[in-house]
Design a protein around this ligand. Structure first.
Ligand code: C2E
Ligand code: CA
Ligand code: CA
Ligand code: CA
Length: 276
């Protein structure tokens, strides 16, 4: 501790300084990575619960840092948002996802995550239209995922932008559904087609009857509203068996079928199928 001379004592903690420097360094590196195309995209399939068909896959961004290895999107997406660089990340992922999807046979769709910042202005609508045109990809093959919390942060702007995208034929999914602690009563007023139920609702269905009832309630409500249901985070055979038995999902996304994989591995999954 150091005396500041006016009677107060300030504690100097070198690790705080270190952390600040590390974060600044990470920001610089991220800007460089985005500008130089050092991000990449992996895909996680969504299957029918019986594993018969891969209908869609989610594009998930990755950053391979030259010294620190893989850095997950949970760390750098918030950084990109705070640096005003998220639209560059979105543009990159959208472009790569549409380019890859245009190569896939059988009409499989690709799903891209948007940040709330992407939905504030109208720029995303033009960006999506241009990207689809660039690869002659029908709008129906593109899904966009928006977290439940986006709707809570900026309900009017987010709904307006999504309505426009939807009018152009793009499918909209509400992501991480059930984690926003919001009232369910608004669900039928949102411009959405798909509900992606967060993995927190799947985790304990094998052991906790109350969790089963909660998931069942969300599923029934979604079905009443004619929404398609994607269940995230299905990891075990026991969970999958319950999902099948109770018809809890139209599509399943989780480690039980596949983790996110590079595009060439996705192709071989598509060709060879899954054995469960
Ligand atoms: P998310 O959109 O909810 O994506 C699903 C996350 O769950 C992925 O993590 C995926 O790897 C993971 N996951 C999939 N199946 C399982 C499972 O069975 N068990 C468990 N425990 N986890 C599973 P990831 O790739 O690290 O992405 C984390 C989050 O980062 C995403 O959550 C999404 O919110 C955000 N994100 C990823 N890519 C993008 C992007 O291109 N743009 C934006 N704005 N956000 C992105
Ligand atoms: Ca997502
Ligand atoms: Ca999710
Ligand atoms: Ca999530």
């Amino acid at each position: 501790a150091k005396s500041t001379g006016n009677g107060t004592v300030r504690t100097f903690r070198p690790e705080m300084d270190g952390r600040y420097v590390a974060e600044q360094r990470l920001r610089t590196d991220l800007r460089h990575a985005i500008e130089n195309g050092h991000l990449s995209v992996v895909y996680q399939p969504m299957y029918r619960p019986d594993g018969s068909e891969m209908e869609c896959c989610e594009a998930l961004v990755r950053w391979s840092h030259p010294e620190r290895g893989w850095i997950g999107p949970n760390i750098f997406i918030p950084l990109a948002e705070s640096m005003g660089l998220i639209s560059d990340v979105t543009r990159f992922v959208l472009d790569k996802a549409c380019a890859d999807c245009a190569e896939w046979s059988g009409g499989m769709a690709v799903s891209v995550n948007l940040s709330v910042k992407d939905l504030r202005g109208g720029a995303i609508t033009a960006m999506v239209a241009e990207t689809l045109a660039r690869y002659s990809l029908p709008a129906a093959r593109l899904h966009l995922e928006v977290t439940e919390s986006c709707f809570m942060e900026e309900p009017v702007a987010v709904s307006a932008t999504l309505s426009r995208l939807r009018a152009n034929g793009v499918t909209i999914a509400i992501d991480d559904f059930g984690t926003g602690f919001s009232s369910l009563s608004y669900l039928d007023s949102l411009p959405i087609d798909i509900v992606k139920i967060d993995r927190a609702f799947v985790r304990d269905i094998g052991t906790d009857p109350r969790r089963m009832k909660l998931l069942s309630g969300i599923v029934h409500l979604s079905r009443e509203l004619d929404l398609r249901i994607v269940l995230e985070g299905v990891e075990t055979q026991e969970q999958l068996d319950l999902v099948r038995k109770h018809n809890f999902a139209d599509l399943v996304q989780g480690y039980i079928f596949s983790p996110p994989v590079p595009v060439d591995a996705l192709e071989s999954l598509r060709v060879n199928g899954v054995a469960l």
